[in-house]
Design a protein around this ligand. Structure first.
Ligand SMILES: Cc1cc2nc3c(=O)[nH]c(=O)nc-3n(C[C@H](O)[C@H](O)[C@H](O)COP(=O)(O)OP(=O)(O)OC[C@H]3O[C@@H](n4cnc5c(N)ncnc54)[C@H](O)[C@@H]3O)c2cc1C
Length: 405
């Protein structure tokens, strides 16, 4: 009958609330959100922001009432009183907890250049942001995207498909430099260019020029000026860990948690994008993905209800760009040895990254079988024969020569 307070009505928080009821938890469950919308799926925001499919609720609105989950929207939690086991909200109310779960997510990293506050310059995290992006694109026919990460490239793909003139400006020497292998970056950049997107790498935005309070052009370090009235800033996200840090919880660019979602205070758990979490390998990482948020919600459920610990999952996520359904598992090493299976020209391929034959990551496009096999190889530390893996005529089950390497 313990009282569970969840701060953050996003993917992780709302998933945990539902799981608690599903597991038979009978005590009060309260979900606090600073957004005004009911919990929704964020992935469509960068993939479906044209065409009216933005509002995809995680649960139907009546779910929360039927499950006796109290949802307090537009009600940010401002402080945690750890000694009194209570939180304070922006309206000045106090709420007591037995278990407190921080699921406050992340927010877009700001672009620290003059003009970033002009009208027409948007970032993308919330439904409200996506609606604004849609309006910008509907009203103007050109878009500059600052940052060639997954969100930037997804938006580029949708905007190009609508006939918008798109330029992606990336500071590193390749798109997806932080998260993907050089080979995947190269394949995706070529695909985007074929569709008419201009990609400028190794270029830093130094200012955004405007007129009448509206963006008019993006200016690069070498003086190049790219005219555009709509600018999407997609330069990464930072964890919303201020609430936790102010309460004295251990934070290191994210709330530090263990594999049971516990913070440095045993009564306080943290889940989702706000956390820095351990993987099975012991590495502490910050993941921004739905599968990670869901896995940690299950970890928190087990901790709160005293159920058996959750088995560790291989981290994975997906991205849609034009006709490419990408699925990625594991962490791509900085200098991978890579096996290509399939043919990028057909849009169906998988890149398996390995250390001396032990697979550590797979990046796949339109290849669900390769993705599933790669995920299993990583989990079982399978040693593969690179030559056999590269030969698409050899069945995937026949490429492993040792498990648990
Ligand atoms: C445009 C976009 C596309 C994405 N696409 C994919 C994808 O294809 N695949 C994938 O795996 N992942 C994708 N992601 C990432 C995925 O959406 C996140 O990993 C996931 O939403 C994390 O869930 P969360 O609950 O930790 O954070 P969030 O979903 O961000 O929820 C956190 C909530 O907490 C609220 N909050 C913060 N502070 C407070 C406070 N003090 N009081 C009350 N409420 C507070 C926030 O307003 C927010 O509503 C995408 C993300 C974005 C933005």
């Amino acid at each position: 009958m313990s009282r569970v307070l969840i701060v953050g009505a996003g993917h992780a928080g709302a998933t945990l609330a539902g799981l608690l009821r599903q597991a038979g938890h009978r005590g009060p469950v309260e979900l606090f959100g600073d957004e005004v919308d009911l919990p929704y799926h964020r992935p469509p925001l960068s993939k479906k922001f044209t065409g009216g499919e933005l509002e995809q609720w995680l649960r139907p609105p009546e779910f929360y009432r039927e499950q006796d989950i109290t949802v307090r929207l537009g009600e940010p939690v401002t402080t945690i009183d750890r000694d009194g086991c209570r939180v304070r909200t922006a309206s000045g109310e106090f709420h007591r907890y037995d278990h407190l779960v921080l699921a406050t997510g992340a927010e877009p990293r700001a672009l620290p250049v003059p003009g970033a506050d002009l009208a027409g310059v948007v970032s993308l995290r919330t439904l409200a942001d996506a609606r604004m992006l849609r309006t910008c694109i509907d009203e103007r026919r050109s878009l500059v995207i600052v940052g060639g990460g997954y969100i930037g490239l997804e938006v580029a793909a949708v905007a190009r498909s609508c006939g918008v003139e798109v330029t992606v400006v990336e500071r590193e020497d390749r798109v997806l430099a932080r998260v993907a292998s050089p080979r995947l970056s190269e394949i995706l950049a070529a695909h985007h260019r074929e569709q008419g997107t201009r990609i400028v790498t190794g270029a830093e935005v130094t200012r955004i020029d405007g007129a009448g309070g509206r963006a008019r052009a993006v200016v690069l370090g070498d003086g190049t000026t790219i005219p555009s009235e709509a600018v999407l800033v997609g330069v990464g996200a930072v964890p919303r860990d201020r609430l936790a840090a102010d309460a004295g919880l251990l934070c290191a660019q994210g709330v530090v948690v263990d594999e049971h979602a516990r913070t440095s205070d045993p009564r306080i758990l943290a889940i989702g994008d706000v956390t820095r979490r351990p993987l099975a390998s012991g590495a502490l990482v910050r993941l921004e993905s739905i599968p990670s948020a869901t896995e940690q919600a299950r970890q928190a459920l087990a901790t709160i209800t005293g159920a058996a610990p959750v088995a560790a999952e291989v981290p994975w996520f997906w991205s849609d760009q034009f006709d490419l359904k990408l699925k990625i598992a594991g962490l791509v090493p900085a200098t991978p040895s890579t096996v290509l299976r399939g043919d990028p020209a057909t849009g169906r391929f998988a890149l398996f990254h390995h250390h001396g034959g032990t697979v550590t990551a797979v990046e796949s496009a339109n290849s669900p079988g390769e993705f599933m096999a790669g995920k299993k190889f990583i989990a079982s530390r399978a040693r593969i024969d690179p030559d056999r893996l590269a030969d698409a005529s050899v069945p995937l089950r026949d490429v492993v020569h040792q498990y648990g390497a």
